[in-house]
Write a protein that binds this ligand. Sequence first.
Ligand SMILES: *Cc1c(COP(=O)(O)O)cnc(C)c1O
Length: 478
Amino acid sequence: MLEKIRRLEQAASRLEPTADERTQLVAQTIDYGESFLRRLPDMNAFEAHKGQSKALEQAFGEQPSSMTELLETLDVAVDREGINPASGGHMGYIPGGGIYTSALGDYLADVSNRYSGISFGSPGAVKMEQWLVRWMCELVGFPVTAGGDLTSGGSIANLTAIVTAREIMGVRARDVDSSCVYMTTQVHHCVAKSLRAAGLGDCHQRTVPMDENFHMDVSELEKLILEDRASGLRPWLITASAGTTDTGAVDPIDDIARLADRYDIWLHVDAAYGGFFLLCEEGEKVLRGLDKAHSIVLDPHKGMFLPYGSGAVLTRDVTWLAQAQSYNADYMQDAMAGEGEYSPADLSLELTRPFRGLRFWLPLKLIGLAPFRAALAEKIWLARYFYQQLSNTPGWEMGSFPDLSVVTFRYLPERGDANALNRALIEAIQADGTVFISSTQINGNFVLRLAVLHFRTHVQQVDYLLDFLKTKVRTLCS
Ligand SMILES: *Cc1c(COP(=O)(O)O)cnc(C)c1O
């Protein structure tokens, strides 16, 4: 038997590369990263699909492949088509980030593979995450009773918040038919997904009217609440947005919070896109009242420029999250924390999870806060600059003045179909590929949308887009 075990040990030995092999692998990996970053300024923000991912359809064999060959596959099959999220030219949807020092944090977190789910497993990893959560709670103005959890992204963070609201507000399955939820049409679609996943899809979902700049209309909200109460229904959840994905509008959270308080309704604020603008003065002016929410979602992989895989959910009272996720498992008996101390697993749907703190903590410490503040203010001013430049150019119809860093706009041709022309513009931008923007429907019109949030987006990319738009419109209309 021992001989068999030794044979298997030998056969499995490739799982652990030798020190020399590691040196070689790291050098090749770093080389790849460096060559990518060197090429990046000349790379497009968007490349049309050429079917290169087909190269990945190869059976997994028993024998090893060479790193050289695999990096080539990565280059050809993955890194040369579709949207390039590392590019500063990416100004579509909500751009991500990908600061380099985060990648180093992920490397270190993965090498030691610290278990950050429970304090007993790694007091340090858990403390690091708690410290980041505390920092975000202070940023939004929550009291010391607040807490939260680092998630994989905003969608899961929204789901966690909605499940928590359901539990704390005591909405049971039998109550769903008589319960009302309030939001605008501009709320992110993941909220509807979350409601459904949380068994709340059949709640009365009230669509609150908005002002002409897509902010929730608070007096209309109150009207709806009163109507529902009068008909014996129970208003229990308002979902507001601090920066909608579509137009970047920030709902009047302060006023909404007053209603939530008056009528005993849970106020959830989805600040996945906009929340971190609190770090700059320009954003702070717009983002009032977040401290009065019951729960908030932030996306560090947007406003803190981290690579994808970092969201956060915060609640004004940490025990709400804990109560909603409370569990009991005999096999966990050694790991149970003391009274009043919560580990991520006590506050989350996840048990085993990546050590998400290091990719966030390392850049914050290494870089310091000042550059983050500057970059966020720069994004707001770039959006204002774009808005101003195009407003001053005849023919362009601008959407709302940007609350944060999203601008909607379209060209109105003297003759012909505006929707077709703006669709042609988007197609031309994508075919060019140097920069990337997306489009949306506003009041039934095909509208273009600029979202500035990448830390590599500067005046250069915005000017390129302005020139491109003006030139293209001339050829399309001639
Ligand atoms: C991006 C976004 C989400 C979804 O977050 P993911 O991180 O993509 O899962 C939710 N709400 C808003 C306002 C967003 O901008």
